[in-house]
Write a protein that binds this ligand. Structure first.
Ligand code: OGA
Ligand code: MN
Length: 276
């Protein structure tokens, strides 16, 4: 692990419209010394990489807490992302992460941010990709913004799970349906005045639009938002920590062998703003 002067804090942009690599000491991260700058950077860059900081679970929780209101996972402070059912009984649900999504579109207030740390790497594949949905909105032609700005989209777990299991049993379908639907704006105007696109695998249809047109629009906008200039692919090194602004990005895991023991530990920060 690199050593740093106590006050070192350097930031390197990954791409003009997304991502930054933050180089500072783990002690400073744990003490919250740069918490304000990190919050600001998260807003501006969408995704922050802290290379090879090698947090323990307790340290990951401690660092996460410096940045906002910590949200525990269902079974403890940390969620272990793994396809091994002995490690993570919800492995099937994790497969949804292979498709572009925002965490928490079934809630009125989605998570502000999520953090992953790499504990076991996949032998091949397993990058995590991110795209900046603020930048994607900003770059749309004005006429298109005008046509899109008031559209509403119905989101459901059913839509997301159909990517994973396109031919479910009725019982599976009924299980997913229990979560119901959530109608969200296509264009989210944040308190800051900035706007972002709300898309992802839970997006089922655009309200009051012909079904084929609706599908065409959702696919076209996903393709637009995930173009190279708005996105980055993080190739994990053991011990990396990555945090993303879940309100202004989408993300997905790239394919990796399902029988490998890739393991990421996740912590979360509470949402601070409802979709409007
Ligand atoms: C998540 C997620 C992606 C990955 O934890 O919410 O989507 O690469 N993870 O594991
Ligand atoms: Mn996710």
């Amino acid at each position: 692990m690199a050593t740093h002067a106590a006050d070192a804090f350097t930031v390197q942009t990954v791409k003009p419209l997304i991502g930054a690599v933050v180089d500072t000491s783990r002690e400073a991260l744990l003490a919250g010394t740069h918490a304000e700058e990190i919050r600001q950077l998260l807003d501006e860059r969408g995704v922050l990489v802290f290379p090879k900081v090698h947090f323990t679970d307790e340290e990951q929780v401690q660092f996460t807490r410096t940045l906002g209101n910590f949200v525990p996972e269902m079974h403890g402070d940390i969620f272990k992302i793994s396809m091994d059912k002995a490690v993570n009984p919800q492995a099937d649900y994790v497969k949804g992460a292979f498709y572009w999504h925002i965490d928490g579109t079934m809630q009125q207030v989605p998570l502000f941010a999520s953090m992953l740390t790499a504990r076991k790497l996949a032998p091949e594949g397993g990058n995590t990709e991110f795209c900046n949905t603020y930048a994607a909105w900003d770059a749309l032609p004005e006429g298109e913004k005008e046509r899109l700005k008031d559209l509403r989209v119905v989101h459901s777990l059913v839509a997301a799970q159909l990517y994973v299991e396109p031919e479910p049993t009725l019982a599976e379908f009924e299980g997913w349906s229990r979560l119901g639907t959530n109608e969200l704006p296509l264009v989210w105007e944040h308190k800051s005045g900035r706007k972002s696109l709300v898309l992802g695998s839970t997006a089922e249809y655009v309200v009051d639009m012909d079904p084929v047109e609706s599908r065409r629009l959702l696919i076209r906008l996903r393709e637009w938002a995930t173009q190279a200039q708005f996105s980055l692919s993080h190739k994990w090194e053991l011990g990396d920590a990555v945090i993303w602004d879940n309100t202004g990005t989408m993300h997905r895991a790239m394919a990796y062998p399902l029988d490998c023991d890739r393991q990421m530990h996740r912590t979360k920060l509470e949402g601070e703003e409802a979709f409007v």
